[in-house]
Design a protein around this ligand. Structure first.
Ligand SMILES: NC(=O)c1ccc[n+]([C@@H]2O[C@H](COP(=O)([O-])OP(=O)(O)OC[C@H]3O[C@@H](n4cnc5c(N)ncnc54)[C@H](OP(=O)(O)O)[C@@H]3O)[C@@H](O)[C@H]2O)c1
Length: 504
């Protein structure tokens, strides 16, 4: 069922003016997992705390592990106490928990779907959720196909059925196409919500506000005024016990294929005609389709060795539990990308991402060209750098514009100063977690902040092309110590172009 665009689109309306979602049941597959406890349940609690959930609402937690309704509620309560951003209020929790049950299911067993269907019917009858179902797939990618097939056979006869699918969506272009085709056999694109939680972040959405709500930026947002763009997604954490997933995925599938390419798309896209899901995604997909790297030399990969992060010694990637001692998996990627269109031709987008880097930081830096003819003596402009608009996606969310100013005193001496906007000090309210926004949007049927099938496939096409180049050479890993900003070859990538990574 498609939403009426002017009723439901939060980018048009603002969160506080939003319609309450229709009554529904949220089924979480993977309810015994990490994502459910650290992100999904705290997000549901935050929505309950602000009275944003449907009036009649239920949660069915489903997984293969044994549990009871009481046991599940108790675990979820602890998860909320530990991870929620709001203080724990018993009355809020009790209201949420009264509609929460657990279903032990193993979909390799033929009886499983029958038992889920019965549970759903009971919940519908008891909670009045009208057959509306939101299925959240918080399971390993290998489990998704089976679940889709099972659900397809028994779509709700009344009410709507929607799927939220976690990343990574597939492992390469072929598997993503297969999964898209399987889903499309039974579900319309407006029923599928592929999550890239970066799109739920306030600062990523603020990029749209910055570009399209201000008349001053769009005229200079192009190759004539922008020298280059740098995007950094740096984590100080290692693989946090997820060796089996990471050995398969590496940095290119874990972060580059999804979060990073979405940041490129949002930075480079043309203004959409409106903020409906299709208009925004049409523009993003055009960017993704026109992306390329100029060749293997423009992509650098790395893997961390032993080092120090925030003062503590940490093991190298190959020393982590569950990792092959000779692993070739990359934990770092840097690349030069081009967007082949009228606006961006010949303007490099330098991107880098990695684990165990010096600091956690996600930033988009727009480096503008130098002023064409500064009429100052060279010595006066020593401290002056070209303008940079820096968007802090996380942490310290906000933005900063570097501009040249005169240093007070006799004579003309110039220096770069910063105009800063910080969310924390400007808006008193804490920022919502991305998952709050995304779960609510899926309940409202608004897919604007989710990735469409063709977007995912374009992202994989670029990744497949890069990975194909890699199979020909053996990397000399590890090539950067934990706690640094990556391998020297990433600096060389910039130096060859007479540029350098933004200093920290
Ligand atoms: N954790 C995060 O912060 C995070 C962030 C972004 C994306 N994701 C994605 O979210 C998904 C879940 O991640 P996670 O970290 O929660 O993983 P996890 O801790 O390993 O949990 C996986 C869940 O899936 C269930 N499961 C495993 N194999 C299954 C199968 N064959 N059929 C049905 N259920 C199965 C597991 O429960 P049982 O064994 O009891 O069935 C468990 O509840 C993954 O796709 C991951 O890439 C996670």
């Amino acid at each position: 069922m498609s939403p009426k665009k002017d009723e439901t689109n939060p980018l048009l309306e603002g969160l506080e003016l939003r319609r309450r979602p229709e009554d529904c049941t949220l089924v979480i597959f993977g309810a015994s997992g990490d994502l459910t406890q650290r992100k999904l349940m705290p997000a549901l609690y935050a929505l309950a705390f602000r009275d944003l959930l449907p009036e009649r609402f239920a949660v069915i937690g489903a997984a293969r592990s044994e549990d009871t309704d009481e046991g599940f509620r108790e675990k979820m309560r602890k998860a909320v106490e530990e991870h929620a951003r709001d203080p724990f209020k018993n009355e809020v929790w009790e209201k949420l928990a009264e509609g929460m049950v657990y279903a032990q299911l193993d979909f390799s067993d033929d009886q499983a779907e029958g038992s889920l269907a019965r549970r759903l019917e009971t919940v519908d009858a008891e909670r009045g959720t009208k057959g509306n179902r939101l299925f959240y797939f918080a399971v390993p990618p290998s489990a998704i196909g089976t679940l889709v097939r099972e659900l397809a056979e028994r779509k709700s006869a009344h009410g709507w059925s929607r799927l939220i699918i976690e990343k990574p969506f597939g492992h390469d272009l072929e598997s993503a196409r297969e999964l898209n085709a399987l889903i499309a056999e039974s579900f319309g694109e407006d029923e599928v919500f592929r999550i890239d939680h970066y799109l739920g972040k306030e600062t990523v959405q603020n990029m749209l506000a910055l570009r399209f709500a201000n008349g001053i930026f769009e005229p200079i947002w192009n190759r004539q005024f922008v020298d280059h763009i740098q995007i950094t997604v740096a984590e100080s954490l290692g693989i946090e016990g997820r060796a089996s997933f990471y050995e398969e995925a590496g940095a290119i599938r874990d972060i580059f294929q999804n979060h990073l390419l979405q940041l490129v798309a949002i930075t480079a896209m043309e203004p959409p005609i409106d903020f409906t899901a299709d208009s925004v995604r049409n523009e993003k997909v055009k960017v993704l389709r026109s992306l390329h790297t100029p060749g293997p030399k423009s992509v650098v990969r790395g893997q961390y060795g032993r080092g120090f992060v925030e003062g503590a010694e940490v093991p190298g990637y190959r020393e982590e539990d569950g990792v092959d001692r000779d692993s070739k998996t990359e934990t770092y990627v840097a690349a030069k990308l081009y967007v082949d269109n009228w606006r961006w031709a010949d303007t490099p987008f330098y991107v880098r991402m990695g684990k165990r880097l010096a600091r956690r930081e996600t930033t988009i830096a727009i480096h503008f060209k130098r002023a064409p003819h500064p009429p100052f003596a060279e010595s006066a402009a020593d401290g002056l750098r070209p303008n940079v608009l820096l968007i802090h996606v996380q942490p310290n969310e906000g933005m900063s514009l570097g501009i040249g100013a005169k240093v007070p005193g006799q004579g003309m001496r110039l220096q770069t100063v910063h105009m800063d906007f910080l969310y924390g000090s400007t808006f008193r309210e804490g920022l919502p977690e991305a998952y709050e926004r995304l779960i609510l949007d899926a309940m409202l049927g608004d897919a604007t902040l989710f990735t469409r099938a063709d977007e995912v496939e374009e992202q994989w096409s670029l990744v497949d092309a890069i990975v194909a180049g890699w199979t020909r050479e053996r990397p000399a890993f590890p090539n950067y110590p934990a706690g640094t900003w990556g391998p020297p070859s990433a600096d060389e990538l910039m130096h060859r172009d007479g540029r350098s990574w933004r200093s920290h």
